[in-house]
Design a protein around this ligand. Sequence first.
Ligand code: T3D
Length: 265
Amino acid sequence: MDMADALVKLETDGAVARITLNRPEALNAFTEDMHHALAEVLDQVEGDVDLRALVLTGAGRGFCAGQDLNERQRKEGDPPPDLGHTIETFYNPLIRRLARFPIPTIAAVNGVAAGAGCSLALACDMVFAAQSSKFILAFAKIGLVPDSGATWMLPRLIGEAKARGFALTAAPITAPEAERMGMIWKCVDDEALMEEVSAQAVQFSKGPTLGLRRIKEVLRASADNDLDRQLDLERDTQRELGRSDDYAEGTAAFLEKRMPEYKGQ
Ligand code: T3D
């Protein structure tokens, strides 16, 4: 299949990988095939130690509209679908994987991010959103609960009151509002989105990759730890990183008043 036709495209530029969800005619809604394609390209990125930053975006005017509801169409007499099965098979592994992804991940939200598409964006380490884009917890409109981690991430990001309101009403959250509420990293002009995201990705790709990975891990662990356990974890992690090549390079470069050249180790 020509890459232009692929359901999910993978491009690399130096040490930066860019994954594009590519079903623009359906605002990049997830079909089973698209899940498989995404898992495959994530395997490729994860398996390539030379790739040190990942950008995730959508083709066309949407980022991702969540589950493709055409796949949930039922003929008379069909039994109801087992959504627990599809969540367990596709969505949960994807979100777990992104939460533990070894390199920094950036969502470049180019347009609407709805349902699991909203959760997908929030599962990335940093979210840049185009000014005109919006986030919609569309689940309530079809009688479901927010999934793919949204009920865990949203209260932590924007607080319980806002999370309850947006989940129950499925009201759109505009990109500027999302930035104001601390739900995303940054709202940027539509035309500047990919440029700003690329600049951040390039910076990550030249960064201390092991250290960045550990930053993600210790921050995630803080959700379950009390202060004492978190302090212990910080100590243990610094002990490990203090022995890393990148730490040696970072301190040497500072003392020598030059830019560090990190190897990611
Ligand atoms: O099922 C399980 O396994 C459980 C897991 C669930 C996870 C979930 O994500 S559940 C939530 C599913 N998503 C939604 O409910 C969102 C549905 N889409 C919308 O509400 C709207 O499309 C948007 C608010 C996202 C955007 O609205 P708008 O007006 O900008 O665009 P549009 O005209 O509605 O959509 C453009 C096209 O994309 C349209 O196709 P057409 O008419 O031009 O041929 C529309 O049908 C299609 N599309 C958009 N979202 C989906 C979709 N097609 C299939 N599934 C979609 N989710």
